[in-house]
Design a protein around this ligand. Structure first.
Ligand SMILES: Nc1ncnc2c1ncn2[C@@H]1O[C@H](COP(=O)(O)OP(=O)(O)OP(=O)(O)O)[C@@H](O)[C@H]1O
Ligand SMILES: [Mg+2]
Length: 247
């Protein structure tokens, strides 16, 4: 589904080059829910922005489905972003002037693909994520957790291959975080969504199938949940983070 191979990315600031990603390789299988953790500044957002094609990469390969992203034209990339990727951000990024339902439809509106089927899908997504009662409200009239569930529904409207989420629970209290994580689990279970989520939160990460920990520009460790229960997996994540501090 998603393959990242030996990805290198540096930023040029004045005359200095900062190497941020120094050979990151990972894969995400269809239907997997994968988290990326790592210290602040370890390159998590940079990795996500490379996969989103928001920033150019120095070297390496990113393959989404069958497509090598580096080979695509600007037009083709815009299509990939609109149709094959869904985005969820820390600060929701809903449009204030649109209702919940209109916000959910936005990627389809931008892509020029709104049909009665898309509208039915928007209603189905509201249903799946428990926001039907508020679908005619505006973002200013709903809670943070509701906003983020609306953002998750929006990310799914075009049946994307992959959802990319950067700290989706970063601005939420634990109850709303739980609701948002539940919406990802539902997206995975009932809509066969594939999710790649950056998070600092070991609680949120403990719901994932796999957690990739970045450090110093590379993959430091990957933890597989397997048949471990959630609480034990969270303990394993916390242990790993503690180990990293000791090294
Ligand atoms: N546009 C940019 N220009 C120069 N340096 C940048 C730029 N964006 C990020 N960096 C640097 O690259 C490094 C990685 O940043 P990145 O935002 O990917 O980290 P992160 O792991 O997402 O951190 P956080 O957990 O704080 O969100 C940091 O040292 C940051 O200062
Ligand atoms: Mg970040």
């Amino acid at each position: 589904m998603l393959t990242v191979k030996d990805l290198h990315k540096s930023y040029q600031v004045g005359k200095t080059t900062y190497e941020v990603l120094k050979g990151v390789s990972l894969t995400v299988e269809k239907g997997e829910f994968v988290a990326v953790m790592g210290p602040s500044g370890s390159g998590k957002t940079t990795l996500l922005n490379c996969i989103s094609c928001y920033i150019p990469i120095d070297s390496g390969e990113i393959t989404l489905g069958e497509k090598q992203l580096a080979d695509l034209s600007e037009d083709a990339l815009a299509k990939v972003r609109n149709r094959q990727l869904g985005f969820v951000f820390q600060d929701f990024l809903l449009l204030d002037g649109l209702t919940v339902r209109e916000n959910i439809l936005l990627p389809a509106i931008i892509g020029g693909t709104v049909t009665s089927q898309t509208e039915a899908r928007a209603d189905q997504l509201c249903d799946v994520f428990g926001i039907t009662a508020i679908r005619d409200k505006y973002p200013a009239e709903i809670s943070g957790g509701e906003k983020q569930r609306c953002a998750v529904a929006r990310a799914l409207i075009n049946h994307p291959l992959l959802i990319l989420a950067d700290e989706p629970t970063g601005n939420l209290d634990s109850k709303s975080s739980r609701a948002v994580i539940r919406s990802f689990e539902q997206a995975k279970a009932s809509l066969e969504a594939t999710i790649f989520m950056v998070t600092h939160d070991s609680f949120a990460a403990s719901f994932c199938d796999r957690v990739v920990i970045l450090r110093d520009g590379g993959v430091w460790r990957t933890l597989e949940k397997g048949s471990t229960d959630r609480a034990a997996f969270q303990d394993a994540l916390l242990d790993a983070i503690r180990d990293m501090g000791k090294e």
